[in-house]
Design a binder for this molecule. Structure first.
Ligand code: AMP
Length: 369
């Protein structure tokens, strides 16, 4: 079986690494000739709207999936006429537009942060009056890792935010005073069966995920049920196939949905060592119509992103339970170039092992992941 993947970043690389034991082969489509999948699979280099690349890509593929949610919907539709594409294109469309995403959450009874679409400076002025300060202005499209966002603390920030982001469709969100950030990852097979990974606690800095703790400690049954019900509703509504992630803010009143990603997710990297079946293998099983694997966690993990520069491998591996994953990317400030999963029998031990990584996690943070 040969799987086509739109996007050739680290998520694609880890999909391929999970697929090889199953005897799968891969072809990637990515605009960059130097990408994390370059040395391990067949790579078509071309933009996602390059008709020549789109013509060469599907030959001999059994299924096409994506590891990047900003693939143009038209390109995915074009390919779907020749080869099945999973997750469904409707999921791609919704997750490309924050307004569509929040509207879907609301329709399905999943509370998002209060939000108002904003297209003009006047609308921004009236929206901040409605939502109050602080508020977060975000571009509806193409925002990731905290890019395309502006935190408004008071009136003086309104015109600054407009100067920074105005001119494209925007959405203003009320600021959520959250206790912590959690993500729910689940997988849905072609038969409609859904399996849930345990909730994960995520720590961001400058909008970039730095660390995930899995499973999250102290999750109440109510929170676990709310997250599982929310993701099941979205999956059933979209007749979803594959791995889906929803990021939540945990508040005193319950979970507030922030955003969804129709793909394997950075907060699920721990599943490679910390779950019976990794998110990557389960995504492949789902899109190929194979039986799903157990999503049960095994032990406790802290996953640490390596940002900017990689630490010395020997120093990392000297920490008991440390597993290093490098993506084959050139070091650059602010860029995710790898991750380390610290595995242990108990949460305390996992956290103590993560403490041994102090100072190794990142170079200077700046844009350009
Ligand atoms: P996003 O790109 O929407 O995932 O936002 C990146 C990060 O900014 C989130 O993980 C939060 O830490 C923070 N953030 C985004 N939106 C809000 C909000 N409405 N209220 C509070 N914090 C937010």
């Amino acid at each position: 079986m040969k799987v086509g993947v739109l996007g050739g970043g680290q998520l694609g690389r880890m999909l391929a690494l999970a697929g090889y034991p199953l005897g799968l082969r891969f072809r990637f489509l990515d605009p960059a000739p130097e990408s994390p999948v370059e040395e391990l699979a067949d790579l078509v280099v071309g933009r996602f709207d390059d008709l020549d690349a789109l013509a060469r890509f599907p030959a001999g593929l059994d299924v096409i999936t994506y590891e990047f949610e900003n693939v143009p919907v038209e390109a995915a539709r074009h390919l779907a006429r020749q080869v099945p594409v999973y997750p469904p294109i409707a999921a791609l469309e919704v997750s490309q537009d924050r307004l569509a995403e929040k509207t879907l959450f609301t329709r399905l009874g999943i509370p998002p942060a209060p939000f108002v679409p904003v297209d003009t400076l006047d609308e921004l002025r009236t929206s901040v009056v409605r939502l109050g300060f602080p508020a977060v202005l975000k571009t509806r499209r193409l925002g990731y890792d905290g890019k395309g966002q502006f935190l408004l603390r008071g009136d003086a920030d309104v015109s600054l935010a407009w100067q920074a982001l105005g001119g494209v469709p925007l959405v203003l969100e009320g600021f959520v005073r959250f206790e912590r950030e959690l993500s729910q990852i689940a997988v849905r097979g072609r038969t409609g069966e859904v399996r849930f990974y345990p909730l994960v606690e995520n720590h961001h800095q400058g909008g970039i995920l730095r660390r995930s703790i899995a499973p999250a400690a102290g999750v109440t049954e109510a929170a676990a049920n709310q997250a599982a019900e929310a993701i099941r509703k979205v999956m059933d509504h979209l007749d979803y196939v594959g791995v889906l992630t929803i990021e939540f803010f945990q508040t005193a009143e319950g979970l507030v949905a922030n955003e969804m990603a129709p793909r394997v997710h950075n907060s699920g990297h721990w599943t490679i060592e910390g779950a019976r079946t990794s998110q990557f293998e389960n995504h492949l099983r789902a899109v190929l119509g194979l039986p799903l694997g157990s999503t049960e966690s095994v032990g406790h993990c802290v996953m640490v992103n390596l940002i900017g520069e990689a630490p010395t491998t020997a120093l990392v591996l000297a920490i008991p339970g440390a597993h290093m994953h490098l993506y084959g990317k050139k070091p650059r400030p602010g860029r995710k170039i790898g991750h380390v999963t610290l595995w242990a029998d108990t949460p305390e031990e996992a956290s103590a092992r993560q403490a041994l990584m102090a100072g190794m996690e990142s170079g200077p943070a700046s844009p350009g992941a």
